[in-house]
Design a binder for this molecule. Structure first.
Ligand code: PLP
Ligand code: COI
Length: 351
């Protein structure tokens, strides 16, 4: 544990201004943030300070060349006021995997973990306890170093902000299977949680939204033949009783929820296949009635059932089942995350 995290506390907490019974996703921010600077070839010890705007030089490379990566995590508080994280070291490792791909210097693990834990202890009162709510945590790193030369910056900032949050989606999720645009390509940055991956999705997603869909289902960039992932989630498809999800690759984010759902389903004797799945297979399954469920999985979205998908101008409704894998697995994972159930996997992490 690093002992020297300097803490400057806020003089006026904003907590009484927040309606914890009506939380949107990621739109109000807790009192403090963690900031850590990379300068002179090394990361300097993190500091905690009141949540506040940043001052950056207009030539900071984040604005021009998009060197930025982020993570998404959640903290939960149980009935005894204990605070829990879910597989946080995996987020720390993935942040560094993303950083490496974007030529951002990797962060010492202790700065991430100890910084996060100190911040959460300080802002513990901000962790909501209502069903479906949690404290969403956003660690991110970006290039603060200056200059128009198109090369990696020499200064960076690592920041962690937190936001008491409700559900990511409100209502049913209808998705559009993409036939034209791509989110990522072989050799690209799709596997990284790079800010630019999301910027590139906004335009096609807006087009889909205008047609009544909430998310795009990305397909491979080559022939748009295979189902890959959604904008903010990995995708699971249930055909008859088998749960199928695509393998991770250069193009797909290796989701922590995804791998947990796979392990949970297997431990419950649900047949799971990690394999490529074509759009044609899904459309045929929808037509012959063997397509039972589709759902997205991710930290923000947890497990979000998909009610319908659109493809080549036709909408295919998913059946409304009495009991679903999505509901069952969502309950299993959230019960583990919130300390309502045993955690045989050792995923839960006490703050
Ligand atoms: N895929 C994308 C593109 C995402 O943004 C996310 C969200 O983090 C996921 C998948 C799910 O990953 P995780 O379960 O680690 O949150
Ligand atoms: C998350 O699930 O934590 C994410 O980062 C998705 C984000 C685009 C909201």
């Amino acid at each position: 544990m690093i002992n020297d995290i300097e803490i400057i506390k806020t003089k006026s907490s904003k907590i009484n201004e927040v309606d914890f019974d009506d939380l949107k996703f990621g739109s109000v921010f807790s009192d403090h943030m963690l900031v850590c600077d990379y300068k002179d070839g090394k990361w300097h010890a993190p500091k905690i300070m009141p949540y506040q705007p940043l001052t950056l030089d207009p030539s900071a490379k984040i604005f021009h060349y998009g060197q930025s990566v982020f993570e998404g995590m959640k903290a939960y508080k149980d009935a005894d006021e204990n605070v829990w994280l879910f597989r946080p070291e995996d987020n720390c490792n993935r942040l560094n995997i993303s950083s490496k791909r974007l030529s951002i210097p990797e962060l010492p693990k202790a700065y991430f973990m100890d910084g996060l834990i100190t911040l959460l202890k300080l802002d513990k009162d901000w962790i909501p306890t209502n069903e479906g709510s949690s404290l969403y945590i956003r660690p991110f790193v970006f290039a603060s170093g200056q200059g128009f030369h198109a090369s990696p910056a020499d200064e960076y900032k690592f920041i962690i902000c937190t936001a008491p949050s409700g559900s990511y989606f409100s209502g049913e999720v209808k998705v559009l299977i993409e036939e034209k645009y791509s989110r990522s390509a072989n050799g690209g940055v799709g596997f990284a949680k790079a800010g630019g991956n999301y910027a590139g999705q906004f335009y096609p997603t807006q087009l889909a939204k205008a047609k009544g869909y909430q998310q795009v289902i990305w397909t491979d960039d080559h022939k748009h033949e295979y189902i890959e992932e959604a904008g903010a989630m990995n995708i699971f498809i249930r055909i008859n009783d088998t749960l199928i999800t695509g393998p991770t690759s250069d193009r797909i984010l290796d989701g922590i929820t995804r791998k947990s759902i796979i392990e949970l389903a297997e431990s419950e004797n649900i047949p799971v296949e990690v394999r490529k799945i074509t759009v044609t297979e899904v459309v045929d399954a929808a037509k012959n009635g063997s397509l039972k469920e589709m759902f997205g999985a991710g930290t923000a979205a947890v497990v979000s059932p998909i009610s319908a998908f659109g493809y080549k101008g036709t909408d295919y409704d998913l059946p409304k089942l009495e009991s679903t894998y999505a509901d069952f697995l969502k309950k299993r994972i959230t019960d583990i995350q919130t300390n309502k159930a045993e955690d045989p996997f050792g995923w839960r992490y006490k703050v």
